[in-house]
Design a protein around this ligand. Structure first.
Ligand SMILES: [Zn+2]
Length: 322
């Protein structure tokens, strides 16, 4: 799968291909953007391109080097990810010991640090030393949701490559090709807000059926019943794995309410299939109350990685803004 086959991320891919063709490869990159849009697979592609045995400024995905990187057994390729939701200093130290040597088989050593926002402070400070004095022939790629989740001193030493959310049409096509019904594909793409990974999760976990219940409760809550509020928190608590999906749904819900208030056409709404419920909810909301909830949601979502009690946070969000 050469670079051409990476879909929906033309700009970052072009930036990397230009760097490869000119030989001006940075010591460190930061790939940022929401999850599930191809950041990590592009980072692996860059590692392949830097070491491919057959192609220049691209990769064949077929030579020994490409195969070894794909299977993560290439001696010059290092992949670090969180262990129990955190990247610890021991993982970074272990890496530092391995990268002092020259590349063994390839042209460059490539390090990918996936979910770099999960580096704890000790690990981040330890990594900083490597970024300040990178070993020769080494490229470090940090993959993260947002630069703001990393230490500014780390961000300033990396070249930023921004990945945009995927167009809804691309996600819909992908889901249709895998047997989704058209309305199911439209809804999953809308709720996924540009992330293919989220869209696939929504289908796999049958979240779309659960969303119907959520719509009832969130619309009911807006009209003032405290019972709905507790139902919402209960639904969210049933399976902690699903809480990020609940938060993402709520983000689309309040975004739709803002668009309705501002008179945007209905076809712009994510939840256009439940328009009557949106109108019902709007009766007891103001611009200010919606914006307050949106801010709180963003906060809860951004701090999810630190294991805060989501259910309590959701309850307090509705109580404070009710
Ligand atoms: Zn190759």
């Amino acid at each position: 799968m050469p670079f051409d086959a990476i879909s929906g991320q033309q700009l970052p891919v072009r930036q990397l291909q230009t760097a490869l063709a000119s030989g001006h490869i940075a010591h460190a990159y930061l790939f940022s953007g929401i999850e599930g849009i191809g950041k990590c697979s592009t980072a692996i592609s860059l590692a392949k391109a830097l070491n491919c045995g057959r192609r220049e400024a691209d990769f064949c995905d077929d030579c020994l080097s490409c195969h070894k990187i794909e299977k993560r057994v290439h001696p010059d390729f290092f992949y670090i990810e969180p262990d129990k939701n955190v990247i610890r200093i021991e993982q970074v130290r272990d890496l530092q010991k391995k990268i002092i040597y020259k590349p063994m088989e390839g042209r460059r050593k490539v390090i990918i640090i996936d979910q770099a926002e999960k580096l704890n402070l000790h690990a981040a400070n330890c990594l900083l030393k490597t970024l300040e004095e990178p070993p020769d022939d080494t490229v470090i790629i940090l993959v993260a949701h947002a630069a703001m989740t990393l230490l500014p001193t780390i961000v300033s030493r990396c070249q930023r490559i921004r990945f945009a959310p995927l167009p809804a049409a691309a996600i819909i096509d992908f889901l249709l090709a895998r047997g989704a019904e058209p309305e199911e594909a439209r809804l999953a793409a809308a709720l996924a807000q540009g992330s293919l990974q989220r869209a696939l999760l929504l289908r796999e976990t049958d979240f779309l059926a659960k969303r119907e219940k959520l719509v009832q409760h969130v619309a009911g809550h807006a009209s003032g019943t405290s019972e709905s509020l507790f139902h919402l928190a209960k639904i969210a608590a049933e399976d902690p794995q699903e809480i990020p999906r609940v938060l993402e749904f709520l983000q689309t819900w309040y975004r739709d309410l803002v668009l309705l208030l501002e008179g945007f056409p209905e076809k712009k709404l994510y939840n256009q299939d439940v328009l009557d419920k949106l109108h019902e909810a709007l009766k007891s909301e103001t611009r200010q109350s919606i914006v307050q909830k949106q801010k709180k949601l963003q906060w809860i979502y951004a701090h999810g990685a630190f294991n805060i009690n989501y259910t309590m946070a959701l309850e307090s969000m509705f109580m404070q803004t009710a």
